[in-house]
Ligand binder design. Structure first.
Ligand SMILES: Cc1cc2nc3c(=O)[nH]c(=O)nc-3n(C[C@H](O)[C@H](O)[C@H](O)COP(=O)(O)O)c2cc1C
Length: 375
């Protein structure tokens, strides 16, 4: 029987599935539910020392369904970080760690661009017993207006400086949570690792506009007739998240071997998780799927991951972590490999006849498009 247990940055997780920062980690009661149901670890909803600027609105979610079905494939939110006073969180961190001493509780933290504030929040969370930190450098709405969240994550120099402040005070592992809303994820990734963070987490939500209501002509989610740019999550973002994890894993391998990556974005099953682990993630995080289906999805997710491992003869997560990463290459290399394979074997069919754009035919367009798909 394979084992899902894994140790990352010295933290011992019974399985690699963590609750991502968000509503499923919004207070001690729901965090306890996460542990009771068997989640490998919980990252709390992002906390801040002074909540006086945190005012949520309703509605703050809007969801995208697959056409003609009820299936939710995308989720936009304009939710801010936790609006609960920091002293309440301190008490709850202590209470959670008293009740679940051997489970991993990670504090997601955010602060203004002030050294003293970051040092204070780190020290007080540590005092309350948290096992690690995730730095929220990535929330794409509301907080960037106050120069926090993705406003920091989009600027590698600021990110590096803030991470360095944290690293001077932190006695437990620190992961910087990166925003996908940048052109080259390698830049903020390198900045966080240069500052000494043990790892990075990716991705937070993609900046989005879910849609415009064709009756009211107002964008959604509509608050008093208006909206603001939101953050997109769920199944639909998985390919983007996976791509970013590939880029980060390659960057870590090249510039900071040994540092770690927590993969996030559209993970809903054990099979999804296996793919993030195969490209080099050490843990995976889940938010929207818990909001859609509840905490007890953890059991089928573990079973699916175990079945995958069993099928391939992998005894531990370490046996296959990063296994698929070497198979990403340049397009030019694909062409070279294809030409080589053609020379040594026979490749026939549509691929050859569709080798140039002059072969597209208006009558055959859909069939030809299908024939160029690998699945
Ligand atoms: C309603 C909602 C609230 C969120 N709040 C936070 C937060 O407070 N801090 C944070 O770092 N990420 C937050 N996130 C982002 C998630 O942790 C996660 O990075 C993102 O949703 C992608 O993962 P998913 O597709 O599994 O949801 C939130 C996401 C959602 C949907």
């Amino acid at each position: 029987m394979p084992s899902l247990a894994t140790t990352v940055d010295g933290l011992r997780f019974p399985n690699p599935f963590l609750i991502a920062s968000g509503p499923p980690g919004a207070n001690a009661s729901v965090i306890g539910r996460g542990f009771d149901q068997g989640w490998g670890g919980v990252i709390c909803k992002t906390v801040i020392l002074d909540v006086s600027q945190i005012h949520n609105v309703q509605p703050r979610y809007t969801r995208l369904r697959a056409p003609g079905t009820d299936e939710i494939i995308g989720w936009e939110n304009i939710e801010l970080i936790s609006d609960r006073p920091f002293h309440v969180w301190e008490d709850e961190f202590k209470a959670i760690k008293d009740r679940y001493p051997d489970r991993v509780l990670i504090a997601s933290i955010m602060e203004q661009y002030r050294r003293d504030s970051w040092v204070e929040i780190v020290e007080r969370c540590q005092e309350a017993g948290v096992d690690g930190f995730e730095l929220n450098m990535s929330c794409p709405h509301g907080l960037p207006e106050q120069k926090m969240g993705s406003a920091m994550g989009e600027c590698p120099e600021v990110l590096e400086e803030v991470c360095a402040w944290v690293m001077q005070a932190a006695k437990v592992p620190v992961w910087a949570k990166l925003t996908p809303n940048v052109t080259h994820i390698e830049d903020p990734c390198r900045a966080a690792l240069r500052a000494g963070c043990q790892g990075v987490s990716a991705i937070n939500t993609l900046r989005s506009v879910m849609g415009v209501n064709l009756e009211t002509l107002r964008p959604e989610p509509t608050v008093e007739g208006y909206t603001t740019l939101g953050g997109y999550s769920g199944l639909a973002i998985r390919p983007v998240a996976l791509r970013i994890c590939v880029e980060i894993a390659a960057e870590i391998a090249e510039s900071h071997p040994g540092r770690t990556l927590s993969g996030i974005g559209g993970i809903e099953s054990g099979q999804d998780a296996a793919q993030f682990l195969l490209v080099g993630c050490h843990t995976v995080q889940v938010c929207t799927a818990v909001m859609k289906r509840g905490y007890d999805i953890i059991q089928p997710m573990c079973d699916e991951l175990l079945a995958f491992m069993d099928r391939h003869g992998f005894a531990t997560i370490e046996d296959f972590r990063g296994h698929s990463l070497p198979y990403f290459t340049t397009h030019a290399d694909l062409v070279r490999r294809r030409n080589e394979a053609r020379r040594s074997a026979t490749h026939t069919g549509d691929e050859r006849t569709m080798s140039g754009d002059q072969h597209w035919s208006a009558e055959e367009f859909v069939r030809q498009s299908r024939s160029l798909s690998g699945n």
